[in-house]
Every structure is written in structure tokens, then in C-alpha cells.
Design a binder for this molecule. Structure first.
Ligand code: NAI
Length: 815
């Protein structure tokens, strides 16, 4: 048989090698050694580490490990460049971004080959996915640069941004960081991952060639310590990080209290759900892409396959057959599906996790296919017979390993899918549009792909829920994390306490709580007699948990002082009360799926019922805060107005439909965070709480509120208004007591999804640090004078944006 006839017979691929030479020539032109790119120039190479080709272990280049001094130099350059860069018109900045996009396209093959050499990913992917998406990102953001002032009025860039990226999509992650930062008017210091810095260095050269003003983009190479030096540098205004959840948490803790902006794009354990009515062949092809694209080293990899039980056997048989046709080999071979993992350490990590999976009872399937004898190669793997608590079902493996479980009903699929601390992405396959659109909103993930997977576009935000991080990359949402209100920069430190605030009391003893009688004013300069209580019976306002009045678990209460002496008592809340309140708030999460129209009606009703009792509320404010009657009346009137404002917003702050260049739309749905802890400021006893509570519940969050510590009685009165306004039980819970310790408990509680805290700088820092456990989204006042009475600033999207997260649901079309 001649050669051609043989090929027709076997249908085998021949080798289709891509030449590494142009990339090697570029490295050689730099002498195989690189310094950093700072202030538009290359620094002399410093203490070196090697960048190797994971497919063959050969050294590609020597890179410099960035020191704290290098980082400082880069920050100084970025700071010096900021003023000029931010002052350029959007059109001027847009032209630079456009020029970058053009250069990336012009040199796309060089970028693709260099990327595959350095990272080990198949050339097919770097050439057809990574680099085209990089160019698209810069084009798209050239447009945002131009439109910034029109589309984001009143917002300004942060200043100098420190950006740290991982090794799985080296140039793509760079573009996701640098393009929006520059479009918004920031300057940057970017640290590529130590395994894969080469395309970032080629990018730096391009910045030089297009004449980007010096200092706007600085690239500092190095390992974790270089990243730490960036995170801890005092003159950096914002940190953007993509990488492991572990390092993301360390960065959250390190930046707590610094006032730095922070966005985190972290790990995932994304579900890939196949319903029995799915187009199985398409679902199989999708799965190949979901878990074996980039050797499975993808933060949003569909690594947990959930198959409906009725089709499990058939689906797995098809899958195994398909796995046996995958080709593992030289990343520069255009006919290869799976290349090399990034480094030996990752091969060891993946292998170890697979061993653990088998030891815990999983059944491993590996197809009998050829794998190169050396280099960082692994076969595609499938582990079945896994239970949801097994290590391989909960830990991010970050390799070509699929873990399979089955489900019976759609509800079970949702429960299994959400049974993870992460929430980056989810995929679902069904030919039933009703089912698909019912399931998508129920998945706790920032991106949901229906009948498709791993779709990305610069116009569509990408980012996670829960421990997958916060902030979005791409589109309008992605721009928003590089901008902040102009007025924030001018905020002054909050003033000292008011005279009444100084009368804050200490908790009484249990004995006192049992006997609610006593004097009205705390004696100064002496220890307070624990038997001192309010001067009238029945003055201990209860807390409000799960729609019921609740006594404090501690059995203690605290005196509330007013202008003319003791006004009453409130419960001394403790951890147990917070736990109960969080439990009640979680049980009430159905509030988030109530029609926005209904939430609006309830907010209007709240306003109306408050208005009926305005005199009584004004009197209470006056008595507590010692303000004039007119000021107190004004606070009530403003509170009513604020409730009206957020009733108005409830059904208007909604999503968008993006049009990516694909036969799909992406529905950007605005969803609540979940349970929101709110620590109200000491001042403005009523408005201070409601200004935060109203946007939170308007967007469908349920709330655990710590009202003003010195003046809590307005909010303990307010729950009567809640009760008469059809607010469902548990949607709003009120716990009184020591604001700082209750704030800490809320921050540490994993059932709380977000936390807003008006507090002095040190308590704000404590709250941010204590929130790392489940990476809850925090907003703190950092001891600054946020005037919540300012309707212009706080009557709209400032808190609405913080009360929500965007989920992008990709919906394909076309028969
Ligand atoms: P990593 O999170 O340590 O590295 C990501 C980047 O952070 C790199 O540029 C690194 O130099 C830098 N870095 C490390 N420590 C730092 C610190 N303390 N402060 C500031 N920057 C720091 O990820 P690594 O160790 O390379 O991979 C380990 C595992 O992390 C993977 O197996 C995978 O499970 C996960 N991972 C997840 C990624 C994702 O996109 N979700 C990306 C990379 C890794």
C-alpha cells in the first residue's frame, strides 16, 4: 500500500511541527538574559533564575528575581508617569491601547510560539485562543479608554496598580490586567509568574516600540517574594491578583487596613452538569474543552462532572472512547490536544492528588495512549466512584483530571454543584431551555455556560463568587474595579465622638440583668455598680432575630444614654446571637429571588409606615443624639426619602446583555451577595442604619444589622415598622451591643457573604483581616467621614454595586 492509501486507511495524524526558531532568535537577541522593564528601559539583569521549557526541561532564558528595591523603583516610575497618563484624553489613551492591539496581532505567531515554549500549552491553543483574545482585549479596552468619562462620570483611576498574575494563561492574564487598568487611566507594575514571564517581556518590548509613555507599564519578574514586595508597597493604590486561593487570602490579610483597592480572581472547582436530555456528543466535546484545555490548568476548568444517573453509563462509555483519541505530546505540534504541564512541581502535585483520590475509594481511568517519555506530560484522567466529601471532589487539582459524580434530580444537581467553597464558573447541558434557564440562576458561580464551555470575551465580565474571589475582569464590570469616586480621595478622618457618644456604657452583670431597676446615670470616675439599670421598668429593647423579638443570649444588657440621662437598655449581643441571626438570615435567602417589584413595594411600605410615626422617631433621635428637634425631624424625613430611593432602584438596578463575537449572548445578571452583615455608624441613629440597610435589601440580600452602638434605640423601634411592612421574617435581623466585637464575629462567620462596617480605622482593618476565612466582600469606612446623609453620593449605585455581584450566563443561539 502506498503512503497516501495507508493514511486513508489509518486516518492517523502526521506530525505538524511549528518552528520554535523565531522565538529562540528573539531570546538570543536579548542574550538569553533579561532584567526588568522599568520606566521604559531594561534594567541590568540581577540575581537570576531560569525559565525552562516544560516539554523538554531546556533552559529558555535567565530572568531576574525582583528585589524590594526593584519594586520600589518601578513604583516610583509608575507614580511619576501617573499624572501625565491620567491627564491624557480618553482618545489619546485609546490610541495607545489600539496600537498595542495592532502590535499583538502583527506579532501573534511569535507570541504564540513563545507562549507554548514557555508554558507547555499546545500551539493550537496559544495561536487560536490565547493570543487572539489578548488582541481582542486591547481593542475592546481602547474603546473603554475613549468612553471612560462619558460612561463612568465622577469616577477616577486609583493611581498606581500592582498586578500579579499566574502561569496558566500568561499573556492573556496580563492583558486582562493591563488593558482595563490603562484604559481607566492607571499606571501599572505587573509581575508575571516565575514559570512564564517571557511573553510579558516581549509585551514590554512592544510597549517600548509603540512609544507608550515611560513608566506607564512596568514589568518586574520574580517569585512570590517579589509579589509580596508589590502587595506591601505603601505607594501602590490598588492590587489585582490572579492565582491560588491560598495566596489570594494572604494578600487580603496583607492589604487589610491599607486602603488599597483589591480585586482577586482565584481558584475554582467548577461543576459540569449534564442532564439526561442533553446533546451527549456535544456535551462530550465540551467536556474535552472544559477539562483538557490547557492540560486542565484553568481556574474555571469544568473539573467536577455531574451526570444524570439515567445516562451515566452511556455518557461515561462515550467519554472514555473520546479520551482514547486525545493526543498528548509536543506542544509545538499543531495536531496535539494536550501539551506539557507548566513545571515538574505541578506534575508532582497533580499525581499526589490523584493518588489520594484513589486511596479514598475513587476509580481511576487513564486511556492507553502514548505520552512522551520525558517532560511534564500526563495522560487525561477520569476518577469516578467519588463522593462529594472526597479530596479530589473538593480540592482544585489544576491538572488533566476529571472527577465524576452522578445526580438524580435537577435539585440534587444544583445542591452538588454548589457544594463547594468556590464559585467561579459552571457549565450545564440540556436541550430543554426551561430547565437550563431555571438552573443557571441557582448556580453559585460568576459565569455559567449553557450548552458550551470556556467561552471568554473582553466584553463579558469574568470572576468569581465566594472563595473564587471578587471583582470582575472584562466589560463594564471589569472597568469598574479600576475606578473609584473622585470624592473618596478628599474624605477627611471622621471627627471625634459626640458628647453623647462618650457616655457609652459597659455591660452589666447577669445579676443586674435579672433586676432591671436602678439609677439613670453612670457615676463618673468610679466603677459602675452592676446593679445600676434604667430608671423605668420594661425599658430593655429586645433584639430582632428571625422575625421575633429576642433576648440576648448573654443575659446581659447595656444602658443607653441620651441627652438627659439614661433612656433605656438594649441587649448585650454576643457570638451566639450573631450565629442565630445569621442562621435566620440564611433561612430567609428566598428574599433574593422575590420579584424585584415586590421588594420595591415592601420598601415603599416601610417608608410609608415610618412616615406615619415620624414624630415618635424624631423624638427618639433627639433624645438619644441630643440634636435639635428640627435636625431629628430632618433625619426621619431623609430616611423616608432614602427608602423611597431604594424602592425606586429595586427593580431598576438590573443587568445587561452582552454581545460577544460568537453565536451567543451573555446575560449579565445582577445578583445579591447573600447574607450581608452591616455595622452602622455611631452617628445618625436611624438614617445611619437605613442608608445601608435599604440598598442591601433592595437588591435581595438578607441582613444582620448592628445598629449605632451609642444610639441603638431608633433601630430597635424600627423593627416594629419592619413587622408592619411585610418584610419577611429573617430578611432583617438586628443585634445590639458592642459594635467592634460583633463586627469581628460577623467577619469571622462563614455564613456571612459580605460585610459593611462603618468604624474607626483600626476596627475596619480588623474586619478586613478577619474576613479572609471565606473571602467575604467587605466595605469599610476606614475611619473616614462618609456622610451617609449625602443623597447624591449614597442614594444610588455606590452601595447598590457593593450589594451585588454580576453573573454572566452565556446562552448560545442558532440551530
Ligand atoms: P500562586 O498563587 O502561588 O502563584 C500566582 C502568582 O502569585 C505568581 O505570580 C506568584 O509568584 C505570586 N505569588 C506567590 N506568592 C505570593 C505572595 N505571597 N504574595 C504575592 N504574590 C505571590 O500559584 P502557584 O503556587 O503557582 O500554583 C499552586 C496552585 O495554585 C495550583 O496548583 C493551582 O491549584 C492554583 N492556581 C490557581 C490559579 C487560578 O487561576 N485559579 C492560577 C495559578 C495557580
Amino acid at each position: 500500500m502506498n503512503e497516501i492509501a495507508k493514511i486513508f486507511e489509518t486516518l492517523e495524524y502526521g506530525p505538524a511541527p511549528e518552528s520554535p526558531q523565531p522565538a529562540l532568535d528573539w531570546l538570543a537577541a536579548h542574550g538569553g538574559r533579561f532584567g526588568h522593564f522599568i520606566d521604559g528601559k531594561w534594567t541590568a539583569p540581577g540575581e537570576a533564575f531560569a525559565s525552562t521549557n516544560p516539554a523538554n526541561g531546556k533552559v529558555l532564558a535567565e530572568l531576574s528575581g525582583g528585589t524590594a528595591a526593584d519594586v520600589d523603583k518601578a513604583v516610583k516610575a509608575a507614580r511619576a508617569a501617573f499624572k501625565g497618563w491620567a491627564a491624557l484624553s480618553g482618545f489619546e489613551r485609546g490610541k495607545y491601547l489600539y496600537a498595542i492591539a495592532r502590535e499583538v496581532q502583527k506579532h501573534s505567531r511569535l507570541f504564540a510560539v513563545l507562549e507554548s515554549l514557555d508554558n507547555g500549552k499546545p500551539i493550537r491553543e496559544s495561536r487560536d485562543v490565547d493570543i487572539p483574545l489578548v488582541a481582542r482585549h486591547f481593542y475592546h479596552h481602547a474603546g473603554w479608554a475613549q468612553l471612560r468619562d462619558r460612561e463612568f462620570p465622577g469616577l477616577v483611576p486609583y493611581g498606581v496598580c500592582g498586578q500579579i498574575i499566574p502561569w496558566n494563561f500568561p499573556l492573556l492574564m496580563l492583558s486582562w490586567k493591563i488593558a482595563p487598568a490603562l484604559a481607566a487611566g492607571n499606571t501599572v507594575i505587573l509581575k508575571p509568574a516565575e514559570f512564564t514571564s517571557l511573553t510579558a517581556l516581549l509585551f514590554a518590548e512592544i510597549c517600548g516600540r509603540i512609544g507608550l509613555p515611560k513608566g506607564v507599564v512596568n514589568i518586574v519578574t520574580g517569585e512570590g517574594e517579589t509579589g509580596e514586595a508589590i502587595v506591601n508597597h505603601p505607594d501602590i493604590d490598588k492590587i489585582a491578583f490572579t492565582g491560588s486561593t491560598e495566596v489570594g487570602k494572604a494578600i487580603r490579610a496583607a492589604t487589610a487596613g491599607s486602603g488599597k483597592g483589591l480585586s482577586l480572581e482565584l481558584g475554582g472547582k467548577s461543576p459540569y452538569i449534564v442532564f439526561e436530555d442533553a446533546d451527549l456528543d456535544s456535551a462530550i466535546e465540551g467536556l474535552v474543552d472544559a477539562i483538557w484545555f490547557n492540560q486542565g490548568q484553568v481556574c474555571c476548568a469544568g473539573s467536577r462532572l455531574l451526570v444524570q444517573e439515567s445516562i451515566e453509563e452511556r455518557f461515561l462509555a462515550k467519554l472514555k472512547k473520546r479520551m482514547a483519541t486525545l493526543r498528548v505530546g509536543d506542544p509545538l505540534d499543531k495536531a496535539v490536544d494536550i501539551g506539557a504541564l507548566v513545571a515538574p512541581v505541578q506534575v508532582a502535585r497533580v499525581t499526589e492528588l490523584v493518588k489520594k483520590g484513589v486511596a479514598e475509594g475513587g476509580t481511576l481511568y487513564e486511556p492507553d495512549i502514548d505520552v512522551p517519555g520525558s517532560g511534564c506530560f500526563l495522560r487525561p484522567m477520569l476518577i469516578s466512584d467519588v463522593s462529594p466529601a472526597n479530596t479530589v471532589a473538593t480540592e482544585e487539582i489544576f491538572g488533566p483530571v476529571l472527577v465524576e459524580m452522578s445526580f438524580r434530580t435537577p435539585d440534587e444537581a444544583v445542591a452538588l454543584a454548589n457544594n463547594t467553597r468556590y464559585g467561579l464558573a459552571a457549565t450545564l447541558w440540556s436541550e430543554n431551555i426551561n430547565l437550563a434557564l431555571d438552573i443557571a440562576p441557582r448556580l453559585k458561580a460568576g459565569v455559567v455556560w449553557i450548552n458550551g464551555t470556556n467561552q471568554f470575551d473582553a466584553a463579558v465580565g469574568f470572576g468569581g463568587y465566594r472563595e473564587s474571589g471578587f471583582g470582575r475582569e472584562g466589560g463594564r464590570e471589569g472597568m469598574a474595579v479600576y475606578l473609584k469616586p473622585a470624592w473618596e480621595k478628599a474624605l477627611k478622618p471622621a471627627g471625634g465622638q459626640s458628647p453623647v457618644d462618650k457616655l457609652r456604657t459597659k455591660p452589666k452583670t447577669a445579676a443586674a440583668a435579672m433586676s432591671p431597676h436602678g439609677e439613670s446615670v453612670e457615676p463618673r470616675g468610679r466603677a459602675r455598680n452592676p446593679l445600676d439599670t434604667a430608671d423605668r421598668l420594661d425599658q430593655t429593647a429586645k433584639m430582632y432575630i428571625g422575625g421575633k423579638q429576642a433576648r440576648p443570649d448573654s443575659g446581659y444588657s447595656r444602658l443607653v444614654h441620651g441627652r438627659d440621662g439614661v433612656l433605656g437598655e438594649v441587649g448585650e449581643g454576643n457570638r451566639k446571637d450573631i450565629r442565630n441571626a445569621v442562621e435566620a438570615a440564611r433561612a430567609a435567602l428566598g428574599w433574593g429571588t422575590t420579584a424585584a417589584h415586590n421588594r420595591a413595594q415592601i420598601l415603599y411600605f416601610l417608608a410609608e409606615n415610618l412616615e406615619y410615626r415620624r414624630k415618635e422617631f424624631a423624638e427618639r433621635i433627639r433624645a438619644q443624639a441630643g440634636v435639635t428637634a428640627a435636625a431629628a425631624e430632618n433625619e426621619v424625613a431623609q430616611t423616608v426619602e432614602r427608602l423611597f430611593a431604594f424602592a425606586a432602584w429595586a427593580d431598576k438596578y438590573d443587568g445587561a446583555v452582552h454581545n460577544p463575537p460568537a453565536r451567543a449572548i451573555a446575560a449579565a445578571m445582577v445578583e445579591p451577595l447573600g447574607v450581608l452583615g452591616i455595622v452602622a455608624p455611631p452617628e445618625l441613629p436611624l438614617l445611619g442604619s437605613v442608608a445601608l440597610l435599604a440598598p442591601a435589601i433592595a437588591m435581595g440580600n438578607t441582613v444582620v444589622l448592628i445598629p449605632s452602638e451609642p444610639h441603638p434605640l431608633s433601630m430597635t423601634d424600627f423593627y416594629q415598622v419592619l413587622e408592619t411592612s411585610d418584610v419577611p421574617s429573617g430578611a432583617v435581623n438586628i443585634v445590639t451591643g458592642d459594635a467592634a466585637s460583633l463586627a469581628r464575629t460577623l467577619a469571622e462567620h462563614d455564613g456571612v457573604d459580605g460585610l459593611w462596617c462603618c468604624a474607626p480605622a483600626e476596627i475596619s482593618a480588623m474586619v478586613e483581616k478577619a474576613s479572609v476565612g471565606n473571602l467575604k466582600q467587605t466595605w469599610t469606612s476606614r475611619g473616614l467621614a462618609f456622610d451617609l446623609a449625602d443623597t447624591e453620593r449614597f442614594g444610588g449605585d455606590y452601595f447598590l454595586a457593593k450589594a451585588t455581584q454580576v453573573k454572566n450566563v452565556w446562552i448560545p443561539y442558532g440551530a
